[in-house]
Write a protein of this length. Structure first.
Length: 270
């Protein structure tokens, strides 16, 4: 699937939105500040930046130190989704946009403790922000069409489109899991549980089923593991939606109940 060239879509609203996002104030964490101070032997991280120390580093080192400040949130990804074509954004548009930002010296306010500074965003961090948006990834046309027919139960439609654009759905075999599920929902009742769609994505990412029968087996194993009172192998691999917790042995009972409810609901829809 080819991506759209800039001339094929009006991407200026997207460019303006991303410029606004990048220009928002950013709070440097204590850990980031400590790493900068230790690396450049300064008393304050801004002293290192103002002295031009970042310019002496390789791109990967700058990214390692400051990447978290320039990683878009899911809310930002969903806001951008409203302006993204189904086919995604091509690499040339991204390169041109980074060039525009560099020429404009796009900056943001960095804050650390009681001190703040204007920070001209390095090219590598602009590129990281764009890459982490997943804006270059396509959403399958049939998935996009089916999503347009469904009414989301939680949040905006862009949230469902963001999930449909995740890397796990790049492979055709796994789209053959997502699309039939969405189509069954559309036929039964045109309301989409976006939280369940996100759980399905996480589950498929964890267990890598290649078709619906394999997915059903994995979900049944997960349900069996939880209902038998254990945290078996199937339970431990799944990350709860927006929980941020690692294997289930470290998650709360509420998270486990959430996973169980999601798995049971999916089994009725597959």
């Amino acid at each position: 699937m080819t991506t759209l060239a800039p001339s094929d879509a009006n991407l200026e609203p997207l460019a303006q939105l991303l410029s606004k996002m990048l220009g928002e104030p950013r709070h440097m964490t204590t850990r980031m500040g400590g790493l900068l101070c230790a690396r450049f032997e300064t008393d304050h991280p801004f002293d290192a930046i103002e002295q031009g120390s970042l310019e002496t580093l390789e791109d990967f080192e700058v990214e390692h130190l400051l990447a978290r400040l320039f990683t878009p949130s899911n809310a930002q990804r969903e806001a951008a989704e409203a302006f993204l074509p189904d086919a995604g954004i091509d690499a040339q548009w991204e390169r041109d946009q980074v060039g525009r930002w560099r020429a404009e010296e796009l900056s943001c306010e960095l804050i650390f403790g009681q001190r703040s500074m204007r920070f001209i965003i390095p090219e590598v961090l602009l590129e990281r922000f764009l890459s982490a948006l997943n804006a270059d990834r396509p959403i399958d046309p049939e998935v996009a069409r089916t999503l347009s027919e469904l009414e989301p139960e939680q949040g905006p439609r862009e949230r469902a489109r963001r999930v449909g654009r995740l890397p796990i759905w790049d492979e055709a075999r796994r789209r053959n899991i997502l699309l039939p599920w969405l189509q069954r929902i559309a036929q039964a009742a045109p309301r989409l549980n976006v939280e369940r769609m996100a759980f399905l994505s996480e589950f498929v990412r964890s267990y890598r089923p290649l078709d619906v029968p394999a997915l059903v087996t994995a979900l049944r194993n997960l349900v069996d593991s939880y209902e038998n009172g254990g945290d078996g192998a199937y339970a431990k691999g799944v990350e709860a939606h927006e929980s941020g917790c690692a294997p289930s042995s470290g998650c709360s009972d509420d998270v486990k109940k959430h996973r169980l409810a999601m798995a049971k609901a999916l089994l009725t829809e597959l």
